[in-house]
Design a protein around this ligand. Structure first.
Ligand SMILES: NC(=O)c1ccc[n+]([C@@H]2O[C@H](COP(=O)([O-])OP(=O)(O)OC[C@H]3O[C@@H](n4cnc5c(N)ncnc54)[C@H](O)[C@@H]3O)[C@@H](O)[C@H]2O)c1
Length: 266
């Protein structure tokens, strides 16, 4: 990490949820590389601490806070702790998410509620809590990680698609709330396509198993074909999130940043 140039997120304090793996980890690393202080939160302490170790090894600033992003009371504690420690909160990335892939008739109400708790309710709770902290500063950026499945659907992911569509629209309502009340807070959504993370690797392994195949290569090739530019990397999404966190996106709110290797143009 260069210590000579100014980072794009210098003096910013950020929280990234689900930052122990995949897109969240890549985002936390990218934020730290741009000189932000990063509160890495995750339900899994081992992976979350692993992200903090990687940041420290690069000379960056971070701490880990264990958090179930769907837990309302914990949101107050996490944001309160960060503001008490750092004096402010500039950026929140609501990234934590889960996927339960099932045909619609096999999706139980408990499955549906579980997916909505982590993918949708957590975004509402995080956004509401962060706005309370940021409004006193008159500035802030909230970035909600949705999916291209908010725009196109999949027959094996009804609950997931619906939860991600709710994030897309909630983001616009939150952006309007902030602008209407002149809070100086921007709220945007990011829509990854098919990205190589533990989540995708689990899905590919599951489909491989369900089709009775010995190796996952053919299934991976199917996913690769979904996007004109093939499967993306977590860092590809992190680059877009850095842009929305940085002051250079000061005129961007309520927008949808699609980063999908062309998934949606098919
Ligand atoms: N990978 C993709 O292809 C893809 C595509 C579109 C959208 N997304 C979205 O991007 C986000 C990140 O996905 P990913 O692929 O990196 O996932 P991942 O499963 O690889 O990593 C998710 C992280 O979130 C954590 N997590 C899970 N439940 C949590 C909870 N209740 N509270 C806090 N942390 C929790 C996990 O421990 C893990 O560290 C998700 O919202 C996902 O829906 C991913």
């Amino acid at each position: 990490m260069s210590r000579e140039r100014k980072g794009r997120l210098e003096n910013k304090v950020a929280i990234v949820t689900g930052a122990g793996a995949g897109i969240g980890r890549a985002t936390a690393l990218a934020f730290a590389a741009e000189d932000a202080f990063v509160a890495v939160t995750d339900i899994d302490g081992t992976s979350g601490n692993g992200t903090v170790e990687l940041i420290h090894a690069q000379g960056g600033k971070a701490l880990f806070l264990e958090q179930d992003a769907g837990d309302e009371a914990r949101w107050n504690e996490v944001v309160g702790h960060v503001v008490e420690m750092q004096g402010r909160l500039d950026v929140l990335v609501n990234n934590a998410g889960i996927q339960i892939s099932l045909p619609l008739p096999e999706t139980t109400l408990d499955d549906w509620r579980h997916v909505f708790r982590i993918n949708s309710e957590s975004v509402f709770l995080g956004t509401r809590t962060a706005i309370e902290a940021m409004k006193h500063q008159g500035s802030g950026s909230i970035i909600n990680v949705s999916s291209t499945y908010a725009m196109v659907a999949d027959h094996l992911n009804a609950a997931y698609c619906a939860s991600k569509a709710s994030v897309r629209h909630f983001t616009k309502a939150a952006a309007l709330h902030c602008s209407h009340n002149r809070l100086g807070i921007r709220v945007n959504s990011v829509h990854p396509g098919v990205i190589d993370t533990p989540m995708l690797q689990r899905e590919i392994a599951e489909v491989t198993h369900n089709r009775g195949l010995a190796a996952s290569g053919a299934i991976r090739a199917e996913w690769d074909l979904l996007c004109p530019l093939g499967i993306g990397a977590a860092a590809d999404i992190a680059h877009g999130i850095v842009y929305l966190a940085a002051d250079e996106s000061c005129y961007v709110t309520g927008s949808e940043l699609v980063i999908d290797g062309g998934h949606l143009i098919r």
